[in-house]
Ligand binder design. Structure first.
Ligand SMILES: Nc1ncnc2c1ncn2[C@@H]1O[C@H](COP(=O)(O)OP(=O)(O)OP(=O)(O)O)[C@@H](O)[C@H]1O
Ligand SMILES: [Mg+2]
Length: 275
């Protein structure tokens, strides 16, 4: 059986980074995982599906470069190809977002196939990449549903704080519903604990609750709360470029290798199935 090597023709794995709770580290995780995978030679795309446009800003995309963005793709006015920009990270591209995207939810209400706009746009395009990360907005509306319908798997950042688990069960139910109704192959790639504060007992308590409840699906790697991580976006840089030695960067490098390990298991399983 042929190994799925670095340069072997292979369809992209599409990972939606989602959690309807705001400010849990979706964008930070998207940017830095994508950067870490590009750094090991993967062809990676970040698709910014959040009208806030934080992933675009964090990757250094100027407002003036966003004339063609995810909004135009979603409403069918532009192809993903036309919306794709290079970033300062070799091997990493981005489809930016714009505030118009918040209107797309309403504009698409009457449109046929509105839950699969993104999936359709990715056909024939996705195979240029090894990994496509979709940075979702903090809601379970039409944009996130489009991401979940287009994705192979979901990566869930979870901030170590009191209400974390409550929101998570809602997200898991939504993923199950999408799986049953629209996207049977959808799985949770993993749950990553973010902004962990070792000095805070609550962080510890939440982390062990989450591990007890969700077991091995929670990544071993925990992302610490680290000021360098929060500074990096204001320089338009992934923290891996801003300060590769800081604890946050090192954690994202570890997380990337865990993600790749899980991906390898999936790919081996699929190859086994295809034999
Ligand atoms: N490990 C970390 N250490 C310190 N600050 C962090 C860390 N991760 C994220 N932050 C900061 O926390 C804030 C929220 O993070 P981020 O934007 O990634 O969350 P989000 O889930 O994408 O938010 P939204 O739901 O608004 O899209 C940002 O200001 C970010 O810089
Ligand atoms: Mg975000």
């Amino acid at each position: 059986m042929a190994e799925v090597g670095l340069n072997a023709p292979q369809n992209a794995r599409i990972l939606a980074v989602a959690n309807q709770k705001g400010g849990v580290g979706k964008t930070t995780t998207t940017i830095n995982l994508a950067t870490a995978l590009a750094a090991v030679g993967k062809r990676v795309l970040v698709l910014d599906l959040d009208p806030q446009g934080n992933a675009s800003t964090g990757l250094g995309v100027d407002q003036s470069e966003r004339e063609i963005n995810a909004y135009h793709v979603m409403i069918g006015e532009a192809s993903l190809d036309a919306a794709t920009l290079d970033t300062q990270v070799p091997g990493l591209s981005v489809v930016s977002s714009g505030v118009d995207l918040s209107g797309a939810e309403i504009e698409l209400i009457e449109v046929e196939n509105r839950l699969f706009r993104l999936k359709s746009a990715l056909i024939g395009f996705a195979d240029r990449y090894d990994y496509i990360f979709i940075d979702c907005p903090p809601a379970l509306g039409l944009l996130t549903v489009n991401a979940l319908n287009a994705a192979h798997a979901v990566l869930v950042p979870l901030q170590c704080e009191f209400f974390a688990l409550e929101g998570l069960s809602h997200l898991v139910r939504t993923i199950e519903r999408i799986k049953t109704s629209y996207n049977p192959g959808l799985e949770i790639q993993g749950i990553v604990l973010t902004m962990f504060d070792a000095r805070n007992n609550l962080s510890d308590a939440v982390a062990s609750d989450v591990r007890e409840f969700f077991g091995a699906i929670v990544y071993d790697t925990v992302i610490p709360r680290n000021v360098r991580v929060s500074e990096a976006p204001s320089y338009g840089k992934p923290v891996l470029l801003y300060d590769v030695g800081c604890a946050g960067s090192q954690a994202y490098i570890h997380l990337a290798s865990e993600v790749l390990k899980r991906e390898k298991i999936v790919s081996n399983l699929n190859n086994g199935k295809n034999r």
